[in-house]
Design a protein around this ligand. Structure first.
Ligand code: SF4
Length: 320
C-alpha cells in the first residue's frame, strides 16, 4: 500500500510586484504549486526570471503582493511577527554567495551560534558551543575552524558554514538559493552531495533555485521552469529532461554546455530576439518575442498553465 504523503508547502497564486518609476515590475506573477514532505522542487530560469524573489517571498523576507503561502498548515503570508519568529525555526534559506551572506567580523563559531542565541534554544553558552561543534561535524567542517573568520576559508567551506547555520534550528524546510553557483566546479559536487545526504538523514524538504538545469537534475524530484515571473512548465525531473514541452525549457536544455546524455539527439531550440520587459509586461505570452513558434495569438493572449499530460503542466498555446 502506498504511503500517503503530506503536503508541507502550498504556494497559491503568489504574486510579488515592485513599484518602479516606469510602472510595476511583475517579478513573481501568479505562481502556484505544492511540495510534499521530503521532496525537492527545483526552480530554474535565467537570471531575472523571479526565482530568487519567489524564494524570499515564500519565506516572507519580502512582503507579497497577492496570493498565499501555507507552510505545515499555517499561513505564512498572514503570520504576525511573533508567529513568524516561530515559523523561521522551521523554514530556512541558504544563500548563493556565502561570502556576502556571512558577517566578516564574526568567527565561524559566532555565525553558527547566532540563530541559537536569537531563538534561545539552549540554556547557556556551553550547550550552544556543543551544538555548534555538532553542526560543524554534520556539514564536514573541522572543529579547528571554530575561531577563524569567513575570509580565511575557501568558498566550499564558507558555504558549509551557511549550511550549518541554516540547520542550527532543526528546520523542516530549506530554500537553497543558487547554493553552488559561486563555487568552483570541483567543489560544487561536494556541496550538492552534502545537501542530498542531509535531506535523507534529516528528512528535509527543499526548494532548490538555480539557473543551471544540469545542477538541478539529480537533486530534484520535480522541476518548475519560470520565465519572467511566470510558470511555464512543471513536471518530474526525468520527464522534464526526456520530454520537455515548452519551447523555453527546450532552449534551456539545448544550452547546457556539456551535452546531457539524456537530451542528446533532441531537436535544439534557439532563442532569438529581445527579452520582454517585466515592467508592465504586454499581454500575451511573455516568451513570444524570443519564441521560434510564436503566432499572432501568442502576442495577444496569455497561455494558461494547464496539465497537458498526467503530472505535466505547461503554459503554451501549442499544447491547447
Ligand atoms: Fe511560443 Fe506561443 Fe508557446 Fe509562448 S505560447 S511559448 S510564444 S508557441
Amino acid at each position: 500500500m502506498s504511503e500517503e504523503k503530506k503536503v508541507l508547502l502550498e504556494v497559491d497564486h503568489l504574486k510579488k510586484y515592485f513599484d518602479t518609476p516606469r510602472g510595476q515590475l511583475h517579478a513573481v506573477d501568479d505562481v502556484t504549486f505544492t511540495i510534499e514532505e521530503g521532496k525537492t522542487l527545483g526552480v530554474v530560469g535565467e537570471s531575472g526570471c523571479g526565482k530568487s524573489t519567489l524564494g524570499r517571498t515564500i519565506l516572507k523576507l519580502l512582503p507579497h503582493s497577492d496570493g498565499k503561502v501555507i507552510f505545515n498548515g499555517k499561513e505564512v503570508t498572514a503570520a504576525t511577527p511573533a508567529e513568524m519568529l516561530a515559523l523561521r525555526r522551521e523554514m530556512q534559506i541558504i544563500f548563493q554567495d556565502p561570502f556576502a551572506s556571512l558577517d566578516p567580523k564574526m568567527t565561524v563559531s559566532q555565525i553558527i551560534e547566532e540563530p541559537l542565541k536569537i531563538h534561545k534554544i539552549y540554556k547557556d553558552k556551553k550547550e550552544r558551543q556543543e551544538r555548534v561543534k555538532e553542526l560543524m561535524s554534520i556539514v564536514g567542517l573541522d572543529e579547528r575552524y571554530m575561531m577563524t573568520y569567513p575570509h580565511e576559508l575557501d568558498g566550499g567551506r564558507r558555504q558549509r558554514i551557511g549550511i550549518a547555520r541554516a540547520l542550527a534550528l532543526n528546520p523542516k524546510f530549506i530554500i537553497c538559493d543558487e547554493p553552488v553557483s559561486a563555487l568552483d566546479v570541483s567543489i560544487q559536487a561536494q556541496v550538492l552531495n552534502l545537501l542530498m545526504d542531509l535531506k535523507d538523514t534529516m528528512g528535509l524538504t527543499y526548494i532548490f533555485i538555480t539557473h543551471d538545469l544540469s545542477v538541478v537534475k539529480h537533486i530534484s524530484d520535480d522541476i518548475l521552469v519560470l520565465y519572467l515571473g511566470k510558470m511555464v512548465e512543471m513536471t518530474d525531473s526525468d520527464t522534464l529532461f526526456d520530454e520537455p514541452l515548452h519551447p523555453y525549457t527546450k532552449a534551456l536544455l539545448s544550452a547546457i554546455p556539456i551535452p546531457d546524455a539524456s537530451y542528446k539527439g533532441k531537436e535544439a531550440e534557439v532563442m532569438k530576439g529581445e527579452v520582454t520587459s517585466p515592467i508592465e509586461p504586454p499581454p500575451g505570452c511573455r516568451f513570444a518575442a524570443r519564441c521560434p513558434h510564436a503566432s499572432e495569438k501568442c502576442f495577444q493572449v496569455s497561455p494558461e498553465f494547464k496539465e497537458v499530460k498526467p503530472g505535466h503542466w505547461v503554459a503554451c498555446h501549442l499544447f491547447e
